[in-house]
Design a protein around this ligand. Sequence first.
Ligand SMILES: [Zn+2]
Length: 150
Amino acid sequence: MFAAQDITKGEFIIEYLGEIVSRGEANARGIACEARAKESGGGAVFIFELDAERCIDGNFPYNDARFINHACRTNCEAVREGDRILFYAARDISAGEEILYNYAYPLENFLDHPCNCGFPECVGYIVSELDRKKLRRLLRGRKPNRPKNG
Ligand SMILES: [Zn+2]
């Protein structure tokens, strides 16, 4: 999704529209959708976490916000207002710039969510900014790392 006009920091961009479902239902839909995507080679899951119990399934043509791509460097933020998810500009955005948001998947299954955004802060996986440091340490631990004197 690209900005059609200049957007000022703090300005409302778009709402993430969809159907509010329980976390269990969202997980079931996500798994079914991923299975379909594997068969057809296309498709994606558009589940946005609303709170601990509920998610918004945004897999509907009227939800243009589902086209916002992930990147580890972002220019907008999602704010929960009641049962709604609203995207606001986190800085000034120029017309033609891509709108980017950090999907911030849980660290536990980072391997399922590789990232190739190319920004210097990218760890290679889609995780929250807060989890990046932890993941860097984790990834370093996975490589053979022998002390010189030992
Ligand atoms: Zn990245």
